[in-house]
Design a protein around this ligand. Structure first.
Ligand code: GDP
Length: 609
């Protein structure tokens, strides 16, 4: 590219670290580094990027320019620095004391699907309605409060760990105790392990409920032993985890379960000051026709009142009405109380922290600033918030800085044996300065859930003979979670070791180019099986590499040998069309299987060393 002659400004760069906001423009960047906007634009032009002075810059461009002129910068999300200030401003003279009277524990129920979470939550709710509220109609607002032995308990009634992880990914901690549900007839299942890992990663105490003991084929001891294998050892066996056998169906053991919860809460000594302006977290939020945006919030500190000016993320408003979990109007809500808030400007995000501001004007100001930043961030967001431990690409710089580095990982594999093998071998790579933390390990394809967990805990996902599905891939992209998939164990180890040594070299990365689902299987004489497929994504090309997936697990890898549209040979078939795919040497096709095509592209690894 022809670059016109240009003499850049040659002033000294600022001393020390300069904080630069992501997605800033050349106009913003230049002056911060004692340069003009034109300097930045010209530099980028030379680097092959044609941009105007008011165009948002990517992280790479900003870093490239800073490096070129020898400036030391730190990239922050738009508003990140001011956010701290805003938060202070908001909370100024809000209650400062973390202590105060005891507050009800907030409990989440997690466990494998069908192990009885919903039924248990219903049973607890119906049998323990708070005194004086029995007449109210049950409203599912995402949480409820019950009374047991004259003490209150709050349950988040969205079972499952998605909500839990989503919250944690946003830095909110809404749960004090997790009830892990394991069905006695089924024992520990993949989601049981996931739930354990989620709760452990969040450092929330776990109480185990062994459910369905009424069943003939129930084997509580086996279920308990299964759970104990994952580090939750019952007191009777010398551990410190409380186990309670229950039957949600027959209402057995539930009183005892609640007793245990209250006991555990007492040990945790959960306190909060009901005085002062309220803060807490948004549990759910939606748009209600007629009522406008409705948010269910959990008050964590202070008391929320009708008329309070409130900010939750980028939404704000004066509280018009508060509804409790029976749909009744209430005038206020104290610590650990879930309540629906009407009067917000917008639908807040689950996990957003809410704060009552000193004035409506301040609430408005903070919300509009955040909205502006959110828009900015989505323009040039690249980095990921660090939350202790590092991802693969950051590990070496962390070691170099002399920090004790922990590499966070989510490992998924096709079968238990290979999962063990991968884990064992990875363990052997540990050294004094680098520890490996397995945030989650499991058998099966890489799911959206794995990605959410990895995002929340800043982990890299390693797949062995398994692949991410489309939703997982999309989430990984937006959340900037690195997903690495291997089929050869030594290659996996080699890469991890290289990353630790800061030598992760450019490599060929497989880029998924197309995805088709097998809808029907035909036997063609002399050709073998041909899969009647529907192309879900991208383009399927003849000759591309192909992986054959059954429920996320790779069962065959090779090449497409024939590709047809109707009876005609086709070179490629795009998403939304049907086609016939024949695979050389692979006949074991089944309906519902997924054919994934890929190409090898050279990917530069960037390591700041
Ligand atoms: P979730 O997916 O974990 O929320 O499970 P559900 O609460 O929906 O329960 C799944 C199924 O198990 C339902 O058919 C329940 O009626 C049944 N179930 C739940 N608890 C028990 C129990 O204690 N005993 C028996 N026999 N069945 C139960």
């Amino acid at each position: 590219m022809d670059v016109p002659d240009y003499t850049p400004v040659d002033a000294p760069v600022p001393q020390g670290e300069v904080v630069i906001e992501r997605a800033c423009t050349a106009q913003d960047l230049g002056p911060k580094l004692n340069r003009t906007a034109a300097d930045v634009v010209h530099f980028l032009l030379q680097a092959g990027e044609m941009l105007t002075a008011t165009h948002s810059l990517s992280d790479d461009m900003i870093e490239l320019f800073a490096e070129d002129i020898g400036a030391n910068i730190r990239l922050v999300d738009p508003g990140e620095e001011q956010e701290v200030e805003l938060q202070k401003l908001l909370e100024m003279d809000a209650n400062e004391t973390p202590d105060g009277p005891l507050r009800p524990p907030v409990v989440t129920v997690m466990g494998h699907v069908d192990h009885g979470k919903t039924l248990l939550l219903d049973r607890i709710r119906n049998a323990n309605v708070v005194e004086g509220e029995a007449g109210g109609i049950t409203q599912h607002i995402g949480a409820y409060q019950v009374e047991h032995n004259n003490k209150r308990l709050t349950f988040l009634d969205t079972p499952g760990h998605e909500a839990f992880t989503a919250m944690r990914a946003r830095g909110a901690r809404a749960t004090d105790i997790v009830i892990l549900m394991v069905a006695a007839d089924d024992g520990v299942m993949p989601q049981t392990i996931e739930a354990i890992n989620h709760a452990k990663a969040a450092e929330v105490p776990i109480l185990v409920a062994v459910n369905k003991i009424d069943r003939d084929n129930a084997d509580p001891q086996k279920a308990i032993a299964g759970v104990a294998e994952h580090g939750l050892v019952p007191e009777a066996w010398g551990g410190d985890t409380i186990f309670q056998e229950v039957s949600a169906l027959k209402n057995l053991g539930i009183e005892e379960l609640l007793d245990h919860l209250l006991l555990l809460a007492e040990v945790e000594d959960l306190r909060s000051d009901p005085q002062g302006r309220a803060t807490g977290v948004v549990l759910e939020s939606n748009l209600n026709i007629g009522r406008g945006p409705v948010a269910t919030v959990l008050v964590q500190r202070g008391t929320l009142r009708v008329g309070d000016p409130l900010v939750a993320g980028a939404s704000w408003g004066r509280v018009r009405a508060l509804l409790d979990d029976h749909g009744e109007n209430v005038s206020e809500a104290g610590p650990s109380t879930p309540v629906q808030v009407l009067g917000l400007s917008d639908v807040a995000d689950a996990g957003d922290v809410f704060v009552v501001a000193a004035s409506e004007k301040l609430a408005n100001r903070v919300a509009s600033k955040r909205e502006h930043w959110q828009r900015q961030s989505s323009l040039g967001r690249e980095a990921h918030a660090l939350s202790g431990g590092a991802r693969l690409e950051d590990i070496f710089s962390q070691i170099q800085r002399g920090e004790a580095a922990t590499l966070n990982m989510v490992v998924k594999a096709d079968v238990n044996g290979s999962l063990e093998a991968v884990t064992e071998s990875l363990r052997k790579l540990e050294r004094n300065e680098v520890k490996i933390r397995f945030v989650h390990r499991g058998v099966g394809g890489i799911t959206e859930n794995d990605v959410a967990l990895a995002a929340a805990s800043n982990a890299t996902i390693l797949g062995f003979n398994v692949r991410p599905d489309r939703k997982a891939r999309e989430l990984a992209e937006t959340e900037k979670v690195e997903v690495r998939s291997y089929e050869i164990i030594y290659k996996l180890l080699e890469d991890i070791e290289a990353a630790m040594l800061g030598m992760l070299t450019p490599e060929f990365d497989e880029v998924v180019t197309g995805e088709a689902e097998v809808r029907e299987v035909f036997r063609v004489p002399r050709v073998g099986s041909v899969a009647g497929c529907f192309v879900l994504n991208g383009v399927i090309k003849r000759g591309s590499g192909v992986r054959f997936l059954r429920q996320g697990t790779i069962i065959w890898k090779g090449e497409i040998s024939s590709l047809k549209r109707f009876a005609e040979d086709a070179r490629e078939v795009a998403a939304g069309f049907e086609c016939g795919i024949g695979l050389s040497n692979f006949q074991d096709l089944k309906q519902g299987d997924v054919i994934e095509t890929f190409e090898n592209r050279l990917v530069e690894r960037s390591l700041d060393n």
